[in-house]
Design a protein around this ligand. Sequence first.
Ligand SMILES: [Zn+2]
Length: 523
Amino acid sequence: MTLIATSRQRLFPPLDEEKRNFLVEIERKWQRIWQEKKVFEADPDPSRPKYFVTFPYPYINAYPHLGTAYTVLRVDILARYKRMRGYNVLFPQGWHATGGPIVAAALRVREGDRKQIEILKSMGIPESEIKKFEKPEYWVEFFRGGFKEDFQRYGLSIDWRREFFTTYLNPPYTKFIQWQYSRLRKLGLVTRGTHPVVWCPKEGKVVGDHDRPDEYAGIGPEEVIIIKFRGEDGYVYPCLTYRPETVYGAVNVWVNPEATYTVAEVDGEVWILGNYAIEELRSQGHRVEVRGAVKGRELVGHFAVNPVTKWRVPVLPAEFVDPEAGTGVVMSVPAHAPFDYVAIEDLRKDPNILARYDLDPGILEILKPISLIELEGYGEVPAETVVRRMRIASQLERDKLEEATRELYAKEYYTGTLKKDIYGERWGGRKVFEVKEEIVDFLVKLGYALTHFTLPRPVYCRCGTRTHVKVVHDQWFLRYSDPAWKQRAHSCVERMSIIPEELKKEFHKIIDWYKDWACAHEG
Ligand SMILES: [Zn+2]
């Protein structure tokens, strides 16, 4: 619990040495007596009621901070109160060292990463000691010592005989975890299957929340659809979308004119792809061989076929398209996608853009929005309605457009009705969320599309590498999706008394939110 000098000066009046020494002396005296008399050591004693307290083991990749002191103090107060009430109180302490953060930090030290080394130095670790931190094991040893010393000087009433830490460095703990897992397996709650995971290609490992900076926590693989628009140029334009049902109104394909695309053979077809997609497709069982490169602008003006409507649709330039997201190629559905609506408006407003690519202005005629989904209060062209209400003037207003997209997507997904004149008897008149999966199956079965997993936005590993989604086979996972388990977990939470009471519903929410959790790392 080190306070840096400047804030120390600001926080405290000039030091009265004598008073300080007097107080420290009292502190040391009583801490020594507690230790000698073993007052916090709890042994079985049938004559007294027992009471157990615990402070969730802190992660020991740094010294404790003030938040640690604040939280553990509450545990200590409870322990002392219960002792005074005659309880036999057990207060053990563990240290959590498992997982990516320590390994990744050690790797960064090994690679001479300045930022990581500065972090260690800012904790008061001298230059000469830094080399030792190249080994993850040393982090565990070092900060475990630092934590314990601080906790002892803080006067916490812990039974230090019951101190333990995680990882293979402590074989009994490893055995305990193995016992838990084999028990869960017997109960059918640990199973094996195909599973999409967030993957670091550099380290060749699954990147859990612990293995990435906090800003990327909680972002996981999402299922998307890649719809293949076959170009008259022989290329496949693989349009990645969250809304495959809207392909019925796709009037053009967008590429970023300034980007360099890869021409790659994917499962025997020649695809146009952004670089990011290459590894992600490979990681999901596709054979991808790079054949060459092409500038986005060279593709502008080519034509491709919408696989469902069989319309001949142009490939057009749009700056909003991020070549490093998804496949880098998207279909354009101006009636229901705000980005597409605005990008087409941009083409209308500035004739120079079309002229720059030698495009006939007559092309604008075929870019009219095709209304697919009935949405109350949003008129014939919902994207136009939202864009006008939010006063979005150009495709470069990314934040507003993302907000507009979120609003429209959620509204149309849950309350939008597919129009009969477009979707016929099969899906017309039904809600989007009811038939989306059926439409996907239909597109996949006819070879128009394939399912794929990607991340909704870039996620970086702690080692600094951008991750992508890999589909692993024979992946072990904890079946948090199991309905019987969820029900039991809910009823356990109901039986607990939680303070403050309102927090109870958060526990229930988390139980519902849990999905299957990849629990053994490949590679
Ligand atoms: Zn990594």
